[in-house]
Design a protein around this ligand. Sequence first.
Ligand code: GTP
Ligand code: MG
Length: 293
Amino acid sequence: MEASMPKRKEPGKSLRIKVISMGNAEVGKSCIIKRYCEKRFVSKYLATIGIDYGVTKVQVRDREIKVNIFDMAGHPFFYEGTAQLCCLIVVWRITPVTSEPQVRNEFYKDTQGVILVYDVGQKESFDALDAWLVEMKQDLGPHGNMENIVFVVCANKIDCAKHRCVDESEGRLWAESKGFLYFETSAQTGEGISEMFQTFYLNILDVCEHGGKRPATNSNASFTKEQADTIRRIRNSKDSWDMLGIKPGASRELLGRSFQSQEEQQRGSHSPCRHSTTTPAQDASVRHHLTQQ
Ligand code: GTP
Ligand code: MG
């Protein structure tokens, strides 16, 4: 798409996009795609070998979109040597490659959308999201631009509520502080899947219709990175003293200064997580200490 394109697109004009799925093994990447494309769920685990490639057509607004989906294996085995071979097999079908290091660059190149998946019952799969982004950035090389790629984070397997260990606020915070879309999904029940894909494709279409650049008004992120860091630090504090960054028994003056700086930081962060950072007993312990001084 060129920046000089007319605002109103020709109805029905088809668009071709490339979408890839990323995330640890067994988080449900293939099942999410299968649920959307084939409206079914397979409970037996069939690990993706290398990369599965498929093409699907979707109608978004007045445009028909041809989607090339590259569903990646999450198992590390495919990223240590063997991966290069697997990528080679897939990429070879699209464009001939001449030498190994180019293979992965070619693979990530020209991606319009990434579906980043983690399992809400597996903390490691959530923690691994950063490493997936680093891998993609590295493979795209110094000239690769991830700014205009639409990322959607799927917090998957929400049907397994009993095993859940990554709550919604934590996942949403991570995603939105990076400007990514966030959806709670279950490939098993289908919850959130259509909504996720619809919003994902709409966002990709917006980018394509803005000359391949993310429209300025497109960001619905609730948090800046700084705000997210502050919220994360507060959430991880073990008690109110820790939250204020002071030692138990600190002087009234030190406490006052700390409260003041916390308030200044939080004024900008409109944190929805503030209420859940400490227990009433911990807050009472600081208040009690203050009244004693
Ligand atoms: P790799 O291909 O190895 O990277 O795994 P993957 O991320 O593609 O996982 P896959 O879709 O193959 O699903 C792994 C296992 O999780 C399978 O047994 C699925 O049936 C199961 N699964 C996937 N999504 C869900 C879900 O939303 N809920 C539940 N309960 N199970 C799911
Ligand atoms: Mg798979």
